[in-house]
Write a protein that binds this ligand. Structure first.
Ligand SMILES: *Cc1c(COP(=O)(O)O)cnc(C)c1O
Length: 506
């Protein structure tokens, strides 16, 4: 195990660096002829006050952000086994493609004939996603997974409304292992959420599902493989139960890396699917974006998709606003194009065989780790004992906690001391002291072995010297933080303007 120590700078806000009048550039001042052009700007559009920007030199800016980056942890630093929501394989070439001038400088108000290349990218990505998922048409508009879910729920609504059943069909069924955004999207769409439990095998409890289904059922939202990393083997049965009751099936495909090229939600009987391009198809994300959560549907729901759809008439690509029962728009303009183009480049470069090996490696990596971690003192892998996992698994350290007081949170923080990003913790809530671990297809065997060694070391520490783990992290740029303060609206400070208002009493 290598020694890890994160950079520790006292780094002030950029507004506190530099001094009044300092600039990060030197360009000639505006010539008089151009100045007269400035006078043509209407009075009401002229800026009266200078914008409140930091006044710093170029060198200060570079140092500031380099230091901040050294105090951070990302997919380019080391293992990042954050279950479910993690960034999976992320070839840098796709960032280069998204940075091409042709991509960066396009504008949504450009005439269609000048956007043919971009529309072709969107059209073809739609076709490829259809092939990958077994759906018939995609909208690339939603900007995130949750935005995609909401779109799907609005489609379910519109569908029942058209069949004059919306008044009756008020409920969306969601398993208790679902991602939190699922029930949130369902209730934002005006539905009531009915939760069904998982059984010991970690799959949806079929008997409980049968009981939950009724003429009030509008649909089911399901993640498969589910958040325990287990594939719902009885998916065809589940499909029948929901469809027989007149409901629709929604597939949460945020994390598709376990089944790419292997299994398709369309073939499992799902009517609506969303994908998270920013997780599975290589867009670096975090801190709120950027993302894309395209939504795909089967033939019978095509006419409900958001407008515009990208179509091809044999000669040119065009934006089709003529979608009879469209739910309207779910985001400004057409999509987050930089994310779309990365996904396009990703699929194009890895190819069909590459997609399959991504699934194989992600599943192999997760199972290798799961088998090693289940042998570490204080840890176990509950639900579906001995069942193979897909791209991730959920370990519990409730044994460790009762014997040493060291909790999942402490383990996660101690991992940071060893240069490994913390896994997702306390999720799904059905697992006590949960550590949700997803090594992804990007991790090498050496990295996985290193992770196992670190986990063994943490377990040993917990039994021999629990204080060391309880007070972690020690080697990071920021030590243990006060979690209540860190998330309390009264202490949270999210912008310079807020900071000034709160602390500088201007
Ligand atoms: C990440 C995730 C979501 C939500 O996606 P966002 O882009 O964060 O809105 C939904 N479901 C699952 C299973 C996820 O992992």
């Amino acid at each position: 195990m290598g020694e890890f120590r994160q950079a520790r700078w006292f780094e002030p806000l950029i507004f506190s660096i530099g001094s009044s009048g300092r600039r990060g550039y030197s360009i000639p001042s505006i010539r008089d002829t151009d100045r007269s052009a400035l006078r043509d700007i209407p009075e009401n559009l002229r800026r009266r006050r200078l914008p409140d920007l930091p006044e710093v030199s170029e060198v200060e800016v570079v140092k500031h952000f380099t230091r901040l980056s050294q105090m951070n942890f990302g997919v380019d630093n080391g293992l990042y086994p954050l279950g479910s929501c993690t960034m999976k394989y992320n070839p840098k070439m796709n960032d280069a493609v998204a940075s091409l001038d042709e991509v960066r400088w396009i504008h949504p108000f450009q005439p269609e004939e000048t956007l043919q290349g971009m529309l072709e990218v969107m059209y073809k990505l739609d076709l490829w996603l259809c092939e990958i998922t077994g759906m018939h048409k995609f909208s690339l508009q939603p900007a995130a997974g949750a935005n995609g879910e909401c779109t799907g729920i609005l489609i379910i609504r519109a569908y029942h409304q058209m069949h004059d059943e919306l008044k009756k069909r008020r409920e969306i069924i969601v398993p208790d292992s679902a991602h939190g955004t699922n029930p949130a999207s369902a209730s934002m769409g005006g539905f009531e959420v009915v939760t069904v439990p998982s059984d010991d095998s970690g799959c949806i409890d079929i008997e409980a599902l049968k009981e939950a289904v009724s003429p009030r059922t509008a649909g089911l939202m399901l993640t498969n493989p589910n958040t325990l990393g287990i594939f719902e083997e009885r998916i065809r049965e589940i499909e029948e139960i929901i469809h027989d009751a007149g409901g629709l099936l929604y597939y949460d495909g945020a994390n598709m890396n376990a089944i790419l090229g292997k299994a398709r939600p369309g073939d499992m009987g799902f009517d609506i699917v969303h994908l998270n391009l920013h997780k599975t198809f290589s867009t670096p994300h975090g801190g709120g974006g950027p993302g894309a959560g395209p939504v795909g549907v089967k033939e019978h729901l095509k006419d409900f998709l958001p407008v515009p759809l990208v179509e091809y008439d044999g000669k040119k690509y065009y934006l089709n606003y003529n979608v009879p029962h469209s739910i309207g728009k779910v985001k400004g303009f057409y999509c987050n194009f930089d994310v779309i183009v990365r996904a396009f480049a990703y699929i194009l470069t890895v190819g069909a065989e590459g997609l399959k090996s991504i699934s194989e490696i992600s599943v192999l990596n997760a199972n290798y780790l799961a088998s090693k971690i289940s042998c570490i003192r204080g840890f176990e892998i509950p639900y579906g004992k001995g069942k193979p996992r897909k791209h991730e698994f959920v370990a519990s350290c409730s044994g460790l906690k009762s014997e040493t007081r060291v909790s999942a949170k402490n383990v996660a923080k101690r991992l940071l001391d060893y240069g490994i990003h913390a896994p997702t913790i306390y999720f799904p809530p059905i697992v006590d002291e949960a550590l949700m671990i997803e090594p992804t297809e990007s991790a090498s065997i050496e990295e996985l072995d290193e992770f196992v060694k670190v986990m063994e070391a943490i377990s040993k520490e917990a039994y021999e010297n629990p204080e060391k783990v309880l007070s972690a992290p020690h080697n990071t740029s920021v030590g243990p933080i006060d979690e209540v303060k860190a998330s309390h609206p009264r202490t949270l400070c999210l912008s310079w303007r807020m900071y000034k208002r709160k602390f500088m009493k201007e």
